[in-house]
Design a binder for this molecule. Structure first.
Ligand code: KG4
Ligand code: ZN
Length: 335
């Protein structure tokens, strides 16, 4: 019986392939090769380098899951949003596989994939709120009871995760910066540096992290040399203001929307400071907080394969000969 769906994720700098059993959501194969080290020296992702690394990493992983090919019933691949050259690596592989194995092809929006990281082993639930915090996006969403998505807030400029990456770059910490900043912040002792929370007194629900980044830049310029201690103090002040900014707007949103369930997804949802604050917010509002397993917060193919299962059930397939790459977020209308 053909009951397995193979998912491919290559929208940015993680090459990942996973295989899920569509009948019971169990994961039968899951592998990711991260390119972090290769991009670290540049302080961010270099698209051309990412594409070249995907082409070798994806084939290497594919080789390891050949034994499952006869049981595959579909191929799911991230087709938007992301770096076009990176997306293309996964899309080309997915098309060739679907053609060779004569199985349908499923195009998965990356942000929808992140939402599915909350439901890797279970049925999706609708009628809930979502905070999506990644390197490319920061948004608050509502999924209505029919599965339609409404964006309640988003960032005007940098995303939450991206702002951590940029601070890390300013302090020569390498890429990606989120975990590095979080770990440094834990070492802060004096905690005297304070950054103001962006748009604190505005009724506006959207986010902006560029001003906070600038506050950090100006603080760094005050010192001739940044030692480990100073870096920790800056990281602490930055992380707190960034998390406070997220929570400040969410508190306003929670007053408008009476969420019963609220989920947080995306690479930066691994941040424990943010998780703790969200837990408090949800408790205060008698709302259940749903978190993705730490391993599946960042980009991964299992969430793409899992999203592929629901598309498969609805027979949402794309034609192999069609142009499915769309680096912009075009198909983010319903789950
Ligand atoms: O979802 P993801 O893997 O890729 C995108 O779709 O963008 O998210 C990666 C982002 C990076 O910006 C990374 O610095 C950030 O998530 N990130 C964090 C943490 N771990 C990863 N940001 C803050 N705190 C963290 N612990
Ligand atoms: Zn992502």
């Amino acid at each position: 019986m053909k009951n397995l769906i193979l998912g491919i994720e290559s929208s940015c700098d993680d090459s990942s392939i996973a295989i899920i059993d569509k009948d019971n959501f169990s994961c039968v194969f899951d592998k990711k090769i991260s390119q972090d080290e290769s991009h670290s020296v540049f302080g961010g992702v270099v698209p051309e380098l990412a594409a070249r690394l995907h082409s070798t990493a994806l084939t290497k992983i594919l080789e390891q899951c050949k034994e499952y090919f006869p049981k595959l019933c579909a191929i799911a691949v991230t087709n938007e949003p992301g770096l076009s050259v990176s997306l293309l690596s996964g899309i080309s592989m997915a098309k060739i596989l679907a053609l060779a194995l004569n199985v349908p092809l499923i195009a998965v929006n990356h942000l929808k994939g992140h939402i599915y990281s909350l439901f890797l082993n279970e049925k999706i639930c609708l009628d809930m709120g979502i905070l999506l915090v990644s390197g490319g996006h920061t948004m608050v969403l509502k999924i209505d009871n029919r599965g339609f998505l409404k964006i309640l807030a988003k960032t005007y400029d940098d995303s939450f995760g991206e702002s951590f990456d940029k601070l890390a770059k300013m302090m020569n910490l390498g890429y990606p910066g989120g975990e590095k900043i979080e770990n440094l912040a834990l070492k802060a002792k004096e905690k005297k540096i304070k950054f103001s929370v962006p748009m604190k007194h505005s009724k506006e629900l959207n986010y902006s992290f560029s001003g906070l980044k600038n506050q950090a830049r100006l603080e760094i310029l005050k010192y001739e040399k940044l030692d480990e201690n100073l870096k920790s103090e800056i990281a602490y002040a930055f992380e707190n203001a960034a998390c406070e900014h997220i929570l400040d707007k969410l508190e306003k949103i929670f007053k408008q929307e009476k969420f019963k369930i609220f989920g947080v997804v995306g690479g930066a949802s691994a941040n424990l400071n943010l998780r703790k604050r969200l837990q408090n917010l949800c408790e205060k509002n008698e709302c259940v907080l749903k978190l993705a397993p730490l391993k599946y917060c960042a980009d991964n193919a299992l969430m793409i394969a899992r999203a592929g299962v629901d598309c498969f059930e609805r027979r949402e397939f794309v034609r192999i000969e069609d142009e499915i790459l769309s680096p912009k977020n075009k198909n983010f209308i319903r789950i």
